[in-house]
Design a protein around this ligand. Sequence first.
Ligand SMILES: [Zn+2]
Length: 53
Amino acid sequence: MTNCPECDASVEVGAMIAGEIFPCRDCGTELEVIGTAPMSIERAPKEAEDWGE
Ligand SMILES: [Zn+2]
């Protein structure tokens, strides 16, 4: 378990693998699993600047 870097909500990443991208259940921010030992997540880079707008 770790926390969303955007909203600090608890995020369950037990079954995730490094490189996996998933949305935070709380704020919807796209998160990327940076590493699993130790568990580390960051906001996923946006590929298009106007994504979602
Ligand atoms: Zn969040």
